[in-house]
Design a protein around this ligand. Structure first.
Ligand code: ADP
Ligand code: MG
Length: 696
């Protein structure tokens, strides 16, 4: 049967062999690919601003003609392209690749320019986004109120006639010729239930909308498709998982678990107890557990994981806990070791840096089942590590691991229960998508008596004042951290900054105190020693790189100074701040920033000063960075979305998800959906991606 997906682009009317080759190089290989090649943006009267009406700071689009283009030499050469629209002039400025950009503009041609308006001897936009309008006619068209779709093009595409205008014409013709091949991808019930337009209608309207309403309904329909099929795959994945009855059914909450809980020098919070009940319910079931525990920094996830491990051990199974860094693994080891050995459960640490002999012995004990609990880094999933009977696999700070690493730990046992933990709270809409196949537990309560950390920012020129303050506090018996960023490109520099500061202040400004240094290049023994000294208050001040970002837990430390705070991302700042505010005393976090701040950096710093709420912070972070970057969505096995944005389109996402999860529960409905969707290659691609990355 002929369908959009099985018609080669070469045989689409008006394409031919040569042009097909160029399209293929741009991932347009079939008629379906072409029809799903959506405009990058739309221009119309409502989205275009007259230069006369520009305001500084606005994100805007201007349509006009190139008046002049020249390279201005100076301290740094720059390209200035002047655009006029009859109401005024706008300068477009490039500081990089100026010869390349210069070639993109010819005097007299029409362009649309988008970006943030600045003012510097007149309005200007630096490094704008631009589209060429193929003829002055476009501009006229726009002015008559018609919506003009703009397609992405490249030099190679343009040479073959696929400019924005070329695509416009091609798609118009193609849709008219082949519209009968566009078969509906969704069942009728869903279409009417969600008030959607047909796929055929949507594809036409996305390419040449007559009104804003037409465009909006086309976008809604196509976004719904994307999100529905994405969620459908997640729903299938989860259903398969659920259907498995070959997991371990743990039976007894033993005596040692009770003893351990009594031994703790604190009461578990209500949230911790609730999450433990949820975990225990999963553990009893014959379905393998696949649960995410989300909890803000300091909410006490470790003890929850520890108890889950103990419950597994009491049932005769081994438990393993994997952490992303050696420092964190060591910290966990100290905690877990101390508590579990008190109830006679042997614990081992397994990290990369172990001496050969110690490692061999640990491996033998793990394989033989003498050691029941192992804490470590990805050393836990190396091929030569064999477990006697791993029944509980825990992954801490799971967002630091890839899907494959998680799966590798799971495969060390026979259908073990899996618990993944994250301190990066993810906005609900995102977690629904990323973890659609996981059950989620949330520790939404901090241990009693925690005081929010007071956060302030200080100009780096006032660093002296900050250090004076730290000195005064140390004199009162406080402990403090001073952290230097570790940005990949300049790892060495940052390390040097930490080292130099350490050398300088140890015998200088802070000479009356004991100062320690901690960074990633130290051996694990050295790191452990320093951490232990800081924990036992032998050290007053710890100068560190971001190795302390996760997990480090010293309740008496109440001051966190973050150098170059403007260079950190929000999540990282929040994690770092989470190192203080862990005890009863009020804590302070001081962000030292190098001014002037970019607007994004200012937003990050302000957000930190305004709130301690990790969920709020994650939301702002997501807004600033966008979903793709925020969470490296690819590593979670998500297909790329063309239109939908899981943040901005959360209402559609919720509907699509609900519909998808309902459909998989009804075998008949599910088969009907499959029958329709299978005609589309985009669906097959989703499927492949999801299967490839299936955790189960
Ligand atoms: P995170 O959720 O960030 O991993 P941790 O598990 O490291 O947090 O816990 C932070 C600190 O809080 C630890 O010192 C831990 O012992 C302590 N803690 C955990 N639960 C409680 C509780 N219910 N009451 C008091 N302190 C707690
Ligand atoms: Mg933790």
């Amino acid at each position: 049967m002929r369908s959009l997906g099985n018609i080669d682009i070469q045989f689409v009317k008006g394409i031919g062999e040569y042009r097909a080759k160029i399209l293929r190089a741009h991932h347009i290989a079939t008629l379906e690919d072409l029809v799903y090649f959506f405009p990058r943006r739309y221009l119309d009267r409502s989205t275009v601003t007259a230069i006369r009406d520009l305001r500084e700071g606005d994100e805007t689009t201007v349509v006009g003609k190139v008046v002049s283009s020249q390279i201005q030499t100076g301290r740094k050469d720059r390209l200035v392209v002047l655009i006029g629209d009859g109401t005024g002039f706008l300068q477009c400025v490039w500081f990089n690749m100026i010869n390349f950009w210069r070639k993109q503009f010819e005097v007299g041609e029409s362009v649309s320019i988008s970006g943030k308006v600045g003012y510097f001897n007149g309005f200007q936009i630096a490094h704008p986004d631009f589209d060429k309008l193929d003829e002055a006619g476009d501009w006229q068209t726009i002015n008559t109120g018609v919506i003009v779709p703009m397609y992405s093009s490249t030099e190679a595409l343009a040479k073959a006639g696929f400019t924005s205008k070329g695509f416009r014409k091609l798609l118009h013709k193609t849709l008219a010729t082949y519209e009968d091949l566009i078969v509906e991808s969704l069942p009728d019930e869903l279409i009417s239930e969600h008030d959607l337009i047909s796929l055929k209608q949507a594809l036409k309207q996305i390419h040449y909308p007559q009104t804003d309403e037409e465009l909006a309904s086309a976008q809604k329909r196509l976004k719904f498709d994307e999100l529905f099929f994405l969620e459908l795959m997640l729903a299938v994945r989860r259903k398969n998982y659920r259907g498995m009855a070959n997991g371990i059914s743990f039976q007894d909450v033993g005596d040692r678990t009770r003893r351990l809980i009594e031994m703790l020098d604190f009461e578990l919070t209500t949230a911790q107890r609730r999450v433990l009940r949820e975990i225990w319910t999963d553990m009893k079931s014959t379905q393998p557990m696949n649960r995410l525990v989300q909890g803000d920094v300091g909410s006490g996830k470790t003890i929850v994981a520890l108890i889950a491990m103990l419950m597994a051990v009491e049932n005769g199974y081994q438990a393993a806990m994997m952490a992303p860094t050696e420092i964190l693994a060591e910290q966990h080891y100290l905690t877990v070791h101390k508590l579990l050995e008190a109830v006679d459960v042997p614990v081992r640490l397994l990290i990369g840096g172990l001496p050969k002999k110690a490692r061999e012995q640990a491996l033998a004990e793990i394989a033989g089942g003498e050691v029941m609990v192992v804490v470590g880094t990805h050393a836990l999933i190396q091929p030569d590590v064999h477990y006697h009977n791993l029944g509980m696999a825990i992954v801490d700070e799971q967002h630091r691991f890839g899907v494959l690493q998680r799966a590798a730990l799971k495969q060390k046992g026979r259908q073990p229960d899996v618990l993944v933990m994250t301190a990066t709270p993810i906005p609900r809409t995102l977690s629904m998508t990323l973890y659609g196949d996981l059950d989620v537990s949330i520790i939404d309560e901090l241990p009693a008596g925690r005081k929010p950390v007071r956060t302030v920012s200080r100009d780096s020129r006032k660093r002296k004042d900050v250090y004076h303050y730290v000195r005064d506090e140390l004199l009162q018996g406080a402990q403090a951290y001073i952290v230097f960023p570790l940005v990949e490109e300049s790892e060495k520099l940052d390390l040097r900054a930490a080292q130099e500061t350490y050398e300088k202040v140890k015998t200088g400004f802070f000479d009356q105190f004991k100062v320690g240094l901690l960074h990633g290049r130290m051996t694990s023994d050295e790191k452990e020693t320093v951490m232990a000294q800081f924990k036992s208050a032998e050290l007053d001040l710890l100068i560190a790189t971001t190795v302390i970002e996760v997990g480090v837990d010293v309740a008496n430390a109440t001051i966190m100074v973050i150098e170059h705070a403007d260079r950190f991302g929000l999540t990282q700042l929040h994690q770092l701040r989470g190192r203080v505010g862990r005890g009863q005393k009020e804590s302070v976090c001081i962000l030292i920033v190098d001014k002037p701040l970019s607007s994004e950096a200012r937003r990050r710093v302000n957000t930190m000063c305004e709130t301690n709420d990790g969920f709020r912070i994650a939301e702002v972070d997501l807004e600033i960075r966008g979903p793709g970057e925020f969470f490296g969505t690819r590593q979670h096995g998500m297909p790329d979305l063309r239109l939908a944005n899981i943040l901005a389109d959360s209402d559609i996402l919720v509907q699509a998800r609900e519909a998808a999860f309902r459909v998989v529960e009804d075998e008949q409905a599910f088969q009907k959906v499959l029958a329709r969707a299978q005609r589309y290659t985009f669906f097959q691609r989703y499927r492949e991606r999801m299967e490839l990355t299936a955790v189960g």
